[in-house]
Design a protein around this ligand. Structure first.
Ligand code: GTP
Ligand code: MG
Length: 183
């Protein structure tokens, strides 16, 4: 019975209070952007995910909110596109592979360069340390320090550890994004 009420409630929300928000996922190649989006959209995790050429878009539905998610390629040749796809979105999600410690300084530089664009001022930033299922990874506190997140001013900044593979902490990701839907 509770399930039926839930479905009716969700239907009412979707029908009378539908909201769409745009989110852009960026981060270095191999961080897990496409994997995360696939899992959030209800697909299966695969280890042989193909690197994104250009960009990819998927809609993720949660209750009355539809998240229109832009997933941009992380290889150097696509990084020039990041700013364009981040303009005007409700939130920017920056994904980092926390098990690939050698690439963290590069991720930090790319993140801070992106945050300096005046066109992106004030847009909330969610930093995700992905691959928490792997050994030898950074903790969330270490990631906050390594990326110098405390120096990013003038916007909401939040950081979580997640695993797209094990689907760890993905509810927190969706909750953060939905919070910014109507703003
Ligand atoms: N162990 C583990 N592997 C992951 C996780 N998320 C993604 N991967 C793997 O990491 C590799 C890269 O994943 P993608 O999702 O293609 O990475 P991407 O950030 O979209 O990469 P680009 O499209 O090149 O920018 C794939 O082999 C994935 O299976 C995770 O949470 N845990
Ligand atoms: Mg990709």
């Amino acid at each position: 019975m509770a399930g039926l009420f839930r479905r009716v409630y969700d239907w009412l929300l979707r029908t009378f209070w539908a909201m769409e928000m745009e989110v852009t996922l960026v981060g270095l190649q191999n961080a897990g952007k496409t994997s995360l989006l696939r899992v959030l959209a209800g697909g299966e995790f695969t280890l042989d995910s193909i690197p994104t050429v250009g960009f990819n878009m998927k809609r993720v539905q949660r209750g009355h909110v539809t998240l229109k998610c832009w997933d941009i390629g992380g290889q150097p040749r696509f990084r020039g596109m990041w700013e364009r796809y981040c303009r005007g979105v409700n939130a920017i999600v920056f994904i980092v592979d926390i098990a690939d410690v050698a690439l963290i300084p590069q991720a930090k530089d790319e993140l801070h360069s992106l945050m300096e664009y005046p066109s992106l001022a004030g847009i909330p930033l969610l930093v995700l340390g992905n691959k928490s299922d792997l050994p030898q990874k950074l903790s969330v506190d270490e990631l906050i320090d390594e990326l110098d997140l405390k120096s990013i001013q003038g916007r909401e900044v939040c950081c979580y550890g997640i695993s797209a593979k094990e689907e760890t902490n993905l509810d927190a990701v969706v909750q953060f994004l939905v919070k910014w839907a109507g703003r």
